[in-house]
Design a protein around this ligand. Structure first.
Ligand SMILES: Nc1ncnc2c1ncn2[C@@H]1O[C@H](COP(=O)(O)OP(=O)(O)OP(=O)(O)O)[C@@H](O)[C@H]1O
Length: 274
């Protein structure tokens, strides 16, 4: 299988060289298209992704939902190049086999280095970009916490730092693996609004894995449902932004999606594994 991407794993040095630009004011840039074709991934005898085909348009926000253990994170990790699929192809920002895009991934845990200041955590991998790191920290609302240690921050603030660290690399594709899952309800909604506004301002393509159907509808242009390693629904969210969570249209879409998930019980093998 082929992956055409340059990956920056959150909290780590770039694995394959970089494509960022220096400066304090990132120019708005388009996201990249992503095309998965025939993606199949197994762990031992267990196949967790079956012949997955998925196309994302440049700048699109796609949410991936589904029951625990259905393969959401594996799909995201495969796009990031953190898992190798035995069959299929992943093309990011151009032809298969070509390094063409900057990709960042955010996890449920912020994965900050406790012995580095907040600012130095944002600037990991880009130590000569402290001015840009400070400016990015300001865009996530933490300008006054630059000199603090990660341990002095709340969980939501740590995720803001992780977001700033990802944004400093001006990603064209941002992969979000349940990054708000550990936050309280109010902080979670504030973070959703922050992610949405940054996505609108910067234009990157976003893929969000989430258990939260409401979060998916609040943020995504499309919601993709995975069941037993297969995409079984690809639902366009045709609601104006910002999404009005209390509206009839929002609630009816939420009910429709939940109904779809609940009416499709997991296969016994997956149920046992989850
Ligand atoms: N490294 C691994 N080794 C073996 N099996 C794995 C590995 N990673 C994932 N799996 C299995 O693959 C299946 C899909 O896991 P995955 O983490 O993608 O599910 P998920 O939909 O993200 O679940 P959750 O919502 O609970 O995070 C599960 O059965 C899991 O046990």
């Amino acid at each position: 299988m082929h992956i055409s991407t340059t990956l920056f794993d959150a909290g780590a040095l770039p694995r394959e060289g970089g494509t960022w630009t220096k400066g304090t004011a990132p120019a708005k840039r388009q996201g990249v298209s992503v095309a998965l074709e025939g993606l199949t991934k197994s762990f031992g005898a267990r196949t967790v992704l079956h012949d997955v085909k998925l196309e994302l348009n440049a700048g699109e926000f796609v949410a991936v939902v589904g029951r625990s253990g259905c393969g959401k994170s594996t799909l995201l990790r495969a796009i990031a190049g953190l898992e190798t699929a035995e069959q299929g192809s992943i093309a990011i920002g151009g032809g298969v086999g070509k390094i063409a895009a900057s990709v960042r991934i955010m996890f449920q845990e912020a994965r900050l280095l406790p012995w580095k200041s907040v600012l130095d955590n944002v600037a990991i991998g880009m130590p000569r970009s402290l001015n840009a790191a400070a400016a990015t920290l300001a865009t996530v609302g933490l300008a006054d916490r630059a000199d603090d240690w990660p341990a002095e921050l709340s969980g939501g603030q740590r995720q803001r730092v992780a977001l700033a660290r990802a944004l400093l690399h001006e990603p064209e594709l941002l992969l979000l693996d349940e990054p708000l899952g550990a936050l309280d309800a109010l902080t979670r909604i504030e973070m959703q609004q922050l992610i949405e506004s940054l996505w609108q301002a910067r234009g990157f393509t976003a893929v969000l894995v989430t258990h939260d159907v409401q979060e998916a509808i609040a943020l995504a242009d499309r919601v993709v449902l995975i069941e037993d390693g297969r995409i079984t629904l690809d639902l366009k969210v045709d609601l104006p932004r910002p999404r009005a969570r209390g509206s009839v249209a929002f609630a009816s879409l939420e009910q429709r999606l939940l109904g779809h998930i609940l009416n499709h019980p997991p296969a016994p093998a997956i149920a046992a594994a989850a």
